[in-house]
Design a protein around this ligand. Structure first.
Ligand SMILES: [Zn+2]
Length: 419
């Protein structure tokens, strides 16, 4: 073939153009900022709902403010295959986090619609109202409501302006009193699939367009306080010091060493506060935080136990007082093995080498796993950058994700397929 022009429109091009368009819907004129239950959220729902209807879906907004499009199946009573992600963003966000998973779902349904193809089950595409937890001190409002795991107490949580979740939702046209009706009845969901940018550098470093998420990492957060003795930086000889910061430094290096030595384990000392914090005073107190994550709860538990013991030893050897508070423990969420296999089969069939990787960040898939088999497909993003305007992905990778997702849907439609 000679001289054929590049294909003017393709599913991937449509997807990328729509991501751009959706990315312009923001509360701020100079940056992307789309918080739940705001005019920008409403505008985003209207835009995406229009695209859903073009793809042959009926649309509704549920009582918590999730937009749901439904593409009917051969059997309207069969458990539904749900695809989606979130419409909310962080402040000064990129265009792909969340939006990709919603619009990729719309695009594969459009492909079924164009082919006049009905699967044995209905496919629904969901645009969750809140995943990032930026406006309110809570996350996964949308996916938890769908799973029936949303605690009604969250309705009382307030944003910085003092507006509660319940009041914001009511003003948005939602119905806090009808939250229970947002939940899908047990057994009515066949599976949940989420396409998302990786938000890390692994796929790019290995030159792979896509990856299958094995598990969303569990996380432990600890707060350590070291108490030494403040003193004059000139008059106290080195051998007489009990320097809290020197102990904290040793702990930070210990965390790095311990977590580097084990694959599938990451550890971070993200905060360090030194008191009194003067150039000529030996630090009397140091406060530091530990964030330990792993897709394996066993590995994480072992690492935390060892670190706690070693921290006490470091403190004792330096004559420092030491208290360690365990502030947060979130178990890992393993993605459904059957769905991982289907995604792998779809990737191979599309000529893409299969790559498995854990997710370091939390996702709606974690919440959805409470209701049905749930899995994630990661798409390479440039430089691993996310939660930033420079977040980006390529057209060929978008095309690859759509082909794999569509093929996965058709594989799940085969008789005997089980997620
Ligand atoms: Zn996200």
């Amino acid at each position: 073939m000679t001289g054929s022009p590049p294909e003017a429109s393709s599913p991937g091009r449509t997807l990328m153009a729509r991501l751009d368009e959706l990315g312009r819907i923001s509360a701020d004129s100079d940056r992307l900022n789309r918080q739940p239950f705001t005019p920008a959220h409403r505008q985003a729902i209207e835009l995406v709902a229009g695209w859903m209807r073009l793809a042959g879906m009926s649309t509704r907004v549920d009582p918590i403010g999730n937009l749901i499009g439904r593409y009917e199946g051969q059997d309207p009573t069969a458990p539904v295959l749900l695809i989606g992600s979130h419409l909310d963003t962080v402040v000064d966000a990129g265009r792909y986090d969340g939006a990709l998973g919603v619009l990729a779902g719309v695009q594969v349904v459009a492909a079924l619609h164009d082919a006049e193809e009905r699967l044995p089950f209905a496919v629904e595409v969901v645009a969750f109202c809140d995943e990032e937890g930026v406006r309110f001190p809570t996350t996964f409002l949308g996916s938890k409501a769908i799973c029936g795991t949303l605690d009604r107490k969250v309705l009382e949580l307030q944003d910085q302006a003092g507006i509660t979740v319940g009041a914001a939702l009511r003003a948005f046209g939602g119905d806090p009193d009808a939250l229970a009706s947002a939940a899908y009845p047990p057994g009515s969901l066949r599976a949940f699939l989420e396409v998302h940018i990786e938000q890390g550098p692994v796929l790019e470093a290995e030159d792979r367009p896509l990856g299958i998420v094995t598990a969303i990492q569990g996380q432990s957060r600890l707060a350590v306080v070291l108490d030494g003795v403040a003193g004059h930086a000139g008059t106290v000889p080195m051998g007489h010091r009990r320097d809290a910061l020197a102990g904290a430094a040793e702990i930070a290096l210990l965390v790095e060493r311990r977590c580097s030595a084990t694959p599938d384990l990451v550890g971070t000392v993200g905060r360090l506060e030194v008191l009194p914090g003067a150039v000529n005073v030996i630090p009397g107190r140091a406060l530091l935080t530990l964030d330990i994550r792993s897709p394996s709860d066993l590995l994480r538990g072992q690492a935390v136990a060892e670190l706690v013991q070693a921290i006490h030893q470091i403190a004792a050897a330096r004559g420092l007082g030491c208290t360690i508070a365990r502030e947060h423990d979130q178990p890992a969420s393993v993605c459904a093995p059957g769905l991982q296999r289907v995604l792998a089969q779809a990737m191979r069939a599309e000529g893409i080498q299969v790559k498995y990787l854990p997710s370091g960040a939390g996702h709606d898939t974690m919440a959805m796993a409470a209701a049905c088999p749930a899995a994630m497909l990661f798409v390479r993003c440039q430089g691993g950058i996310s939660h930033h305007p420079l977040e980006s992905m390529t057209l060929p990778d978008a095309e690859a994700a759509l082909r794999v997702l569509l093929r996965a849907l058709r594989l799940l439609a085969l008789p005997k397929a089980r997620p």
